[in-house]
Write a protein that binds this ligand. Structure first.
Ligand code: SF4
Length: 409
């Protein structure tokens, strides 16, 4: 997982009404601090709806807790997520250098009964079987569990990364037999549609988590890819549902959109989550919720029964069109081929998104540092003119790559 979904609130009145948290208002408890005991929140009994995760048949909460944050020191948040019915928890080997898995593991170890209700997912990059097994064993140890419900190979941009000759299929089957994983899938934020289509032609992919939001949901290619997966019973999880840009997007257009949605009783950030959940084929939205404020606002968005109107969708579409040049759509094959493979442009764009939109500068630098040294060293020497011509979003790739090499190095 991989995204910080900043969804900071319904209007205060609707926020409280939706969650039934009158106690929080009257006691003046800050949602950002420890204090609102789950028992108090239980009085309003807000429980997230669940959807079936494809052919797995498992019912998961429509919001999945993305764990790319300090889960060790946010145990109260984990407890609250569970109290609100969030049974789908997502993490990865690399999040916080393994500290994210440690935090989930601490919760599981201290709440033994909780494990059977949780649908726990983790990720590793695809590699040789022995290395993947060793990595998975370490994850299981950190998570204080003998198995994960879902194992994803992390961030593929081409199905070939896990297809033959890499024996990932066989590895997945062996891990299932060994009882270490229940289901297998992959995550993708680059060339998602192609990856989904490839998955739909296989019989061993249970679940795909992919970048999906109001900017991407209307193309024929995305619709076809989703339909193909649904036809094969592949469970679908959306991530990066806020559609955050590579350059800061607090534009006049965003302010106007936010104002329009507030009149409807929810924020633009909540509208973006609701837009994704309007698609019944998406079982869950995986979203980083590193504070009780964001957790609460996202839960409120999922609980709110107001359906988005045609006008609401048009508002989102207009905003997407007006801010197109701020958003990398993840179609990395286009720019990658245009630069002859000299730079993984879409990966670097993602680093810029972490930096600008999430404000996660350390994370942005960490992901950037993971790129090969020669790529980083030669980034400003690459001619991006053909990539700029080919880019459907009309991004200023050359300028953005220069900026990346300055601020992320
Ligand atoms: S930079 Fe442009 S072509 Fe490359 S992935 Fe992003 S939107 Fe697609």
């Amino acid at each position: 997982m991989e995204e910080k979904e900043k969804c900071e609130g319904l209007t205060r009145r609707n926020f409280i009404k939706t969650l039934g948290l009158a106690g929080i208002a009257s006691t003046g408890l800050s949602m950002g601090k420890a204090g609102a005991a789950p028992e108090q929140a239980d009085a309003g009994k807000p429980v997230l709806p669940r959807r079936k995760l494809g052919k797995t048949g498992v019912e998961v909460s429509v919001l999945a807790l993305g764990g790319m944050f300090d889960t060790i020191n946010n145990q109260l948040l984990l407890r609250q997520a569970r109290t609100w019915g969030m049974n789908f928890w997502d993490t990865a080997e690399g999040y916080g250098n393994g500290l994210s898995e440690d935090g989930y593991g601490r919760f599981v170890a201290r709440n033994v009964d909780a494990r059977k209700d949780l649908f726990l997912a983790t990720k590793l990059h695809a590699g040789e079987p022995a290395a993947m097994t060793a990595g998975l064993d370490k994850s299981l140890k950190r998570l204080a569990t003998g198995y994960v419900d879902l194992f994803y190979t992390h961030g593929i941009s081409d199905f070939k990364e896990i297809a033959a000759p890499k024996p990932v299929k066989q590895w997945a089957s062996e891990m299932k037999k060994a009882g270490k994983i229940r289901f297998f899938g992959f995550s993708s934020h680059t060339n998602m549609e192609d990856c989904l289509l490839s998955a739909s032609k296989e019989d061993w992919i249970d679940i795909v988590m992919f970048t999906y939001n109001f900017r991407l949901m209307n193309t024929a290619k995305m619709k076809d890819a989703i339909a193909a997966c649904v036809g094969k019973g592949i469970g679908l999880v959306a991530m990066k549902t806020q559609g955050g840009g590579q350059v800061k997007t607090d534009s006049e257009a965003e302010l106007q959109m936010a104002g329009q949605f507030l009149k409807r009783g929810f924020t633009d950030k909540q509208a973006k989550i609701k837009a994704v959940l309007e698609n019944p084929n998406i079982a869950s939205v995986c979203s980083q919720m590193p504070s009780l404020t964001i957790l609460s606002a996202n839960v409120a968005a999922a609980l709110d029964r107001t359906s988005l109107s045609r006008n609401d969708f048009e508002l989102l579409e207009r905003f997407a069109a007006e801010t197109q040049e701020s958003y990398c759509a993840g179609c990395g094959r286009i720019c990658h081929e245009a630069v002859g493979g000299a730079a993984p442009v879409s990966d670097i764009m993602r680093c810029l998104m972490y930096y600008h939109d999430y404000g996660e500068r350390d994370l942005a630098r960490e992901v950037y540092a993971g790129l090969p040294e020669h790529v980083r060293a030669g980034l400003t020497q690459v001619d991006f003119s053909l990539a700029e011509k080919a880019c459907p979003q009309k991004l200023a790739i050359s300028r953005l790559m220069r900026e990346a090499s300055e601020i992320l190095a």
